[in-house]
Write a protein that binds this ligand. Structure first.
Ligand code: FES
Length: 255
């Protein structure tokens, strides 16, 4: 850090966390960071659910922070995140920071994570595998879930930066309010690739993908597209000209 920042943002890279483990992990990191940093601090996830980094940067700016430092943590932090994060923080600095100085610490390398984690194994509790009941699943897990529409909500890092961290929750609430929950299976995914159009939701079996930038778009997806089977061309992602999907659509229309 060049000088003492007046706000710290710790960002966690750990895509696969249950809601319970996410809460435990964010709280534990907050508590540990409190032992080191006296400044106001925020802990966010870079992927998955939650408010996300852009939202934390905006909140620090709106609270009057003059200098914020973003500290990435990871166990380890994946190469794509290490490559992407500097540009994303720079995007915020260039477009939204105003007078707030923004710094980014170097994300940890896999070797850094190993040095921190391996010593922890020495104090781990162990139990006998022979004394544990064998299991690869639970009764009932052989059946398909009951649904006719599958929604894939991208919560990869670039969509999360654009607000996708709370999208699945908001989508489930809107589906419930519209009485459509029983028809829909809503799952989160990692990066689906059209990141520049995030946050996005892919709908199957229709095969249409939608850009969901705000609540109005979310409501339109739920009530018009899913509820009534209508199109929402202004939200639907375009096919790559000449691409495989574009060709198969043409073939379908001609048939
Ligand atoms: S992060 Fe969502 S499409 Fe890449």
């Amino acid at each position: 850090m060049t000088t003492d920042p007046d706000h710290i943002i710790l960002c966690v890279s750990q895509p696969s966390l249950s809601a319970r483990d996410e809460a435990r992990m964010l709280a534990a990191i907050h508590q540990a960071a409190r032992q080191i940093y006296a400044q106001p601090l925020t802990v966010v996830r870079l992927e998955g659910s939650g408010e996300g980094l852009a939202s934390a940067l905006r909140a620090a700016r709106d609270a009057g922070a003059g200098h914020v430092c973003v500290l990435p943590t990871g166990f380890p932090m994946a190469a794509n995140i290490r490559a992407w994060l500097p540009g994303a923080v720079a995007h915020f600095a260039a477009n939204e920071a105003g007078d707030m100085q923004v710094e980014l610490a170097t994300p940890p390398e896999p070797e850094d994570a190993a040095a921190a984690l391996v010593p922890l194994t020495q104090s781990a509790r162990v139990s006998s595998a022979q004394a544990t009941r064998p299991s690869l699943g639970k009764p009932g897990w052989q059946f398909l879930p009951d649904f006719d529409t599958h929604l894939l909500v991208c919560t990869g890092p670039r969509c999360a930066f654009r607000g996708a961290g709370t999208l699945q929750l908001r989508l489930k609430q809107a589906l419930a309010e519209a009485g459509l929950s029983d028809r829909c299976l809503t799952t989160t995914t990692g990066c689906l690739y059209p990141c520049n159009q995030g946050p996005l939701v892919a709908l199957y079996p229709q095969g249409d993908w939608f850009h969901i930038p705000d609540e109005a778009a979310l409501q339109r997806l739920v009530t018009d597209v899913i509820g009534q089977g209508l199109d929402a061309p202004e939200l639907r992602l375009a096919e790559r000209p000449g691409g495989l999907r574009a060709q198969s659509l043409t073939t379908r229309k001609e048939a």
